[in-house]
Design a protein around this ligand. Structure first.
Ligand code: FMN
Length: 322
């Protein structure tokens, strides 16, 4: 059985999110209806050389399934060796990052830099597809490197022919970073040109964005990224909206329950030090826009222990009014 498929609008994914889509966050999203999750991007070279921190990025457990491991790299030898090593450890689904525009990644020829040379990317893709089980290798792209070079249709069509399992597209150019807007009309066009599943990413901030994106583009599936960081409950809200139920926005008590759950998950998986650091960036996102939480968002940044985190939560008026 291939548990990643079918790729449908009713099985929303959690996007790869460097610094965030770790095991506890993925498990939290899964409790909210996330069907498939993707790891943070992992350097193929780093994996082979045993770079510090790489092992933590690969922490998983039985409930964290199906899980896609996202790799970045530009050299076939390292990517193939990584996949072989990961398959031996039991990982089954893989994605190649062809969209990251961060300088550190692009400088190595990886991420969105691969879009500058579609020939190289497509040769790489052919061997990666052959290195995994059928349908288990995906590619995450942008429209191209820059406005004068849209390459997504050529890449999409050739990946489809190569036997790739799916394509994810964030419809911005690499030079845009996160500026401007994700132009979903390119997703609609790509969908008409390929036969394999297309997964949408880009400006899916709220459940209603997901609904509109599916309606406007006809894509097979979608993944929530910043939308999930601001509200892991986006999966549940989106799925309820798919069933025609009225949309409800995030509620303070829900966010509190999620933070508490997340604290527990970090501890349970032996990730306390990392978990406390994550709270400093996640809590302000989760409570953004919720009245009465300004002090909590300020305080959390200074937390050094779980005790500090729990104290800050307890002192929040939202908490005391429950
Ligand atoms: C903090 C952060 C980390 C990200 N890390 C990755 C990554 O590791 N790999 C990747 O392919 N995309 C990464 N992305 C891009 C997202 O997966 C997604 O494609 C992008 O944010 C657009 O979706 P959104 O507008 O709905 O957030 C990251 C985005 C953010 C905001």
């Amino acid at each position: 059985m291939n548990f990643l498929h079918p790729i449908t609008p009713d099985r929303p994914w959690l996007a790869p999110l460097a610094g965030y889509s770790d095991l506890p966050f993925r498990l939290l999203c899964r409790t909210q209806g996330c069907a498939v999750a993707v790891t943070e991007m992992i350097s193929a070279k780093g994996l082979i050389y045993g770079s510090p921190g790489t092992r933590e990025l690969l922490l998983t457990c039985r409930q964290d399934d199906p899980l896609v491991v996202q790799l970045f790299g530009a050299e076939e030898s390292f990517l193939l060796a990584s996949i072989a090593q990961l398959r031996q450890s039991g990982f089954r689904y893989f994605d190649l990052n062809c969209g990251c525009s961060v300088r550190k990644v692009v400088r190595t020829g990886s991420g969105a830099a691969l879009l500058k040379d579609p020939g190289h990317l497509l040769r790489l893709a052919k061997s990666l597809v052959q290195a995994v089980e059928p349908g288990c290798m995906g590619f995450k792209i942008r429209l191209g490197w820059s406005h004068d070079q849209p390459v997504y249709l050529r890449i999409g069509q050739e990946l489809d022919q190569s036997g790739a399992g799916w394509i994810t597209m964030h419809p911005r150019y690499a030079t845009q970073g996160f500026t401007g807007h994700a132009d979903w009309k390119h997703l609609a066009l790509l969908k008409t040109k390929v036969g394999f599943p297309v997964v949408a990413s880009g400006d899916l901030f709220h459940a209603e964005d997901g609904i509109r994106c599916i309606e406007q583009t006809g894509v097979d599936g979608l993944m929530f990224a910043r939308g999930a960081l601001n509200d892991p409950g986006i999966f549940k809200r989106y799925l309820l909206a798919r069933q025609g139920q009225p949309l409800v926005s995030k509620k303070p008590h829900e966010m509190l329950a999620m933070v508490r759950k997340l604290c527990g998950l970090y501890t349970e998986h032996g990730m306390d030090r990392l978990g406390i650091l994550k709270m400093r960036t996640l809590v302000p996102r989760l409570f953004k826009g919720i009245p009465g939480t300004k002090e909590l968002r300020r305080e959390i940044v200074f937390c050094k222990s779980w005790e500090d985190v729990l104290c800050a939560l307890q002192a929040c008026p939202v908490s005391t009014s429950l």
